[in-house]
Design a protein around this ligand. Structure first.
Ligand code: BG6
Length: 471
């Protein structure tokens, strides 16, 4: 297979290199790129963090996080680790950045080298880093590409402010807004499947669809990010970007080309048309029983760890098609899937199952079409299913962050977000969050590792539907 290989030297600076995201996702992704021989001879991975650390020690941590994630080839680990460096500094001190730039120049012996700046830091320090990086640019058009990972702000106003701030120092084309769900190969399949299959697209038209259900269940609790999570809750943490993106990919019109601007426009067109009808019936929130016993979580916290909502798309073609979304932590399973339920014929018996199109995104990655058939003379009508895998099986499969990093190097923006999409999703989320506050809707407790609050079933009942659970 002819794999794309990076042919020019580059530096990857990881801000927040001692944090969880870097260790759990980024370092293993770098190893996957190494395993596929994607790197050029000359490249530098430079960790930047506030923690005082030596290069040797950071290399050890880097190695450890790779080894704990997969079966690895020690020669490759060693080769990769040799490219790893470390610089400790504050994020808000220009002096530190000046020294850092001098350090990079000495390390590479170059003033002109593509630099990817990965923000693996809490959003609160985004601006400091942007400003200091901007102010220490060696020339106006130095090739620095920022990779900012969600969350982008915490509401519409702060997201706009962040984008205006970035624009003071960097051109939009050098800023990559990353939602790691768009790097999941099964999520990317939504686009490819819809683009290449007329059959699918005939079914996926608003007037044919009874309802759409998007589920993202997690088994994990708040993990080490308690402080951050408790401030935002799962609506802003999971729904605002990950689930809204999935919603857009499944309901948007299909752009003809793979031109990023066309895709961003179509997603925006859906996201900006989303509608939440103000009624307490349209939202359910929950909190897992042991949440307030978690480390760093206030005893009286009302942060939601589960949310389900009923939305509409304000378009003639989606008129009266409810879209149900639900997500939660500490639930019985890790499972992300989309169920598209088609309308039944008016003459079909009520108890007959509707046709369903199911996209399982993780941990299983497969598409499943459910039809109804009568097999034999005496048997009743029954459901038959056809299922196929969406899993990436070739030699070029990469984890989300590996794929997206490669895209940044290649300047491919298709699987990144655009400012307008992000603002549109914040606008609907702000609306919902304000509604919740105004009506003082509080999360209901649910048992750890259960299926979440039973009241989630009331949402679908409004329209006479049921959540379709996949086990
Ligand atoms: C992150 C959220 O963006 O996605 C976390 O901040 C969540 O709260 C995580 O656990 C889920 O990602 P994945 O890839 O495990 O589904």
């Amino acid at each position: 297979m002819n794999l794309y290989r990076i042919d020019k030297p580059f530096i990857l600076v990881i801000f927040g290199a001692s944090g969880d995201l870097a260790k759990l996702k980024l370092f293993p992704a770098l190893y996957s790129l190494m395993e596929q021989h994607r790197f050029p001879k000359e490249f530098y991975i430079v960790g930047y963090a506030r923690t005082q650390n030596t290069r040797e020690n950071f290399q050890k941590e880097f190695k450890k996080s790779i080894e704990s994630n997969s079966k690895v080839d020690q020669t490759l680990v060693k080769e990769l680790t040799d490219h790893v460096h470390y610089f400790s500094g504050q994020y808000n001190k220009l002096e530190n950045f000046k020294k850092f730039r001098a350090y990079l120049k000495e390390l590479t012996g170059k003033t002109q080298i593509t630099t990817l700046a990965y923000f693996s830091v809490p959003p609160i320090v985004f601006k400091d880093i942007i400003q200091n990086l901007g102010e220490t640019k060696t020339s106006k058009d130095e090739d620095i590409r920022l990779i900012l990972e969600k969350p982008f702000g915490e509401d519409t106003a702060s997201a706009k402010e962040l984008f205006h701030f970035v624009a003071r120092y960097f051109e939009e084309e050098n800023v990559y807004l990353l939602d790691h769900y768009l790097g999941k190969s099964a999520v990317q399949s939504l686009l490819h499947l819809r683009h290449s299959n007329r059959l699918l697209n005939l079914m996926m038209k608003g007037p044919e669809i009874a309802n759409i259900q998007i589920t993202a269940f997690e088994k994990v609790g708040v993990t080490a990010r308690a402080g951050y999570f408790d401030q935002v809750g799962t609506i802003r943490d999971m729904i605002q970007s990950h689930l809204m993106q999935i919603l857009a990919l499944i309901t948007m019109s299909i752009p003809i080309t793979e031109d990023p601007a066309s895709l961003h426009r179509e997603k925006y067109s859906i996201l900006s048309a989303l509608k939440f009808i103000d009624s307490p019936k349209n939202i359910v929130m929950g909190q897992y029983a042991s949440y307030t016993k978690e480390k760093d979580i206030p005893k009286n916290s009302h942060a939601e760890t589960f949310a389900a909502m009923r939305l509409f798309i304000d378009r003639e073609s989606w008129y009266k098609t409810p879209i149900y979304i639900r997500t939660g932590k500490k639930l019985h399973e890790k499972h992300t899937y989309i169920v598209v339920e088609l309308k039944k014929f008016a003459f079909q018996p009520k108890d007959e199952e509707p046709n369903r199109l199911i996209f399982e995104l993780q941990p299983n990655e497969r598409i499943n079409i459910r039809l109804v058939n009568k097999q034999g003379q005496t048997s009743r009508y029954q459901e038959i299913t056809t299922s196929d895998s969406l899993a990436c099986t070739g030699d070029d499969c990469l984890p989300e962050h590996g794929l997206l990093l490669l895209d940044v190097i290649r300047k491919r923006r298709l699987h990144f977000l655009s400012f307008p999409e992000i603002i549109a999703t914040w606008q609907i989320i702000d609306h919902i969050v304000n509604f919740i506050k105004k009506n003082q809707i509080k999360p209901q407790k649910y048992q750890d590792f259960s299926e979440g609050p039973a009241t989630q079933n009331n949402l679908t009942k409004i329209d006479g539907f049921k959540w379709f659970d996949i086990h």
